[in-house]
Design a protein around this ligand. Structure first.
Ligand SMILES: [Ca+2]
Ligand SMILES: [Ca+2]
Ligand SMILES: [Zn+2]
Length: 337
């Protein structure tokens, strides 16, 4: 596989603005991804939020996201190194908690795929732009006054439209899915590509899926986030149609795991690798506020964007998640071609 046609494009770098309090050398910023880590073992580790199954109330959502424990530990070590190198930490300033660390501005390309069937929802530029606005708003803490603004912002570089029924109905990692991304993917490791389409799979209807940052080097053209067009505002996936799926999937794109994941399970071990998300045994369904599935301190983080609650329920990234996203971005994406 060749990526030559990408290398000939020139794109503006993601703007990584380092906070004044951070003592960071330019050299470090220009080469944060020196790891020898080979992510090939996680090539199929997409996240899948399944709206169809959950919407039927079975409480069971298939999810193919499988990060092997050894990979998770390696990634943890690398991210921790990066975080300490950049002195990313959480601090409280004034009324709002601020996740310290560099401000990150991510260029975004949105690719809208159109199918040919009567039931294939068609959206135009305004709906795509609204999805983008909701992504920015969520990361900025707009859904929850108690959430710190993440310092992660997004810059819309383009919205394009393609009519291709095979792509529209393609399953994650299928031949059509790969073909679509090979054709449409723009930018380098720090560019967020969002594909908006229907999603068919053996699990039924999926809300979305995403690639992790540590997968980028091995499979550059597969990078990005895919969002079911019916999860956008006004779509048909009831409970999941306020537009939060793009926020959840972009959390994965920044390296976050689900709050209920972990090794050996959600309650013990390293969990999702984030210190301030209480351990959780199983995904949330709906909005079970106050639920407590692990003996560990804290009730389940059911309002977290990385749980599986309804869009009306999820509204928060913790400072720990924000710091982790920044560290993972710097380690695996920033300046990575
Ligand atoms: Ca608990
Ligand atoms: Ca929400
Ligand atoms: Zn997920």
């Amino acid at each position: 596989m060749t990526f030559g046609h990408k290398a000939t494009r020139t794109h503006r770098l993601a703007i990584v603005t380092l906070g004044a309090a951070l003592a960071v050398s330019g050299a470090l910023v220009s080469s944060p991804a020196s790891a020898q880590f080979r992510p090939g073992t996680t090539a199929s580790a997409d996240c899948i939020r399944d709206g169809g199954v959950a919407a039927r109330g079975t409480g069971r959502r298939p999810d193919t996201e499988q990060v092997p424990a050894a990979v998770a530990r390696q990634v943890q070590r690398e991210i921790a190194e990066t975080a300490s190198a950049y002195r990313i930490s959480s601090s409280r300033t004034g009324a709002r908690t601020t996740a310290a660390g560099p401000a990150i501005n991510v260029p975004v390309w949105i690719h809208v795929i159109r199918g040919k069937h009567r039931g294939d929802r068609v959206i135009g530029r305004p709906a795509a732009a609204k999805m983008f606005a909701q992504l920015k708003y969520g990361f900025n803490g707009g859904q929850n006054p108690a959430m710190a603004a993440s310092g992660i912002t997004f810059l819309l570089r383009g919205i394009d439209f393609r009519s291709n029924d095979r792509w529209f109905h393609s399953a994650p990692m299928s031949a059509a899915d790969r073909e679509m991304k090979r054709d449409l993917h723009r930018g380098n490791g720090w560019a967020l590509n969002i594909y908006v389409k229907g999603i068919s799979s053996s699990f039924g209807t999926l809300l979305g899926y995403s690639r992790f940052p540590w997968q980028y080097r091995a499979n550059r053209l597969l990078d990005g986030v895919t969002v079911n067009v019916d999860s956008l505002s006004g779509g048909r996936l009831r409970g999941y149609n306020y537009g939060d799926t793009v926020i959840h999937e972009t959390g994965h794109w920044f390296g976050l795991l689900h709050t209920f994941e972990g090794f050996p399970d959600g309650c013990s071990g390293i969990g999702d690798g984030v210190g301030d998300t209480p351990a959780e045994a199983i995904p949330a369904a709906g909005c079970p506020l106050g639920r407590d599935t692990c003996d560990a301190a804290g009730t389940d983080p059911v309002t977290n964007f990385m749980d599986y609650g309804f869009d009306s329920c999820m509204n928060t990234f913790t400072p720990g998640q924000q710091a982790r996203m920044k560290a993972a971005f710097l380690r695996y994406r920033y300046n990575v071609r």
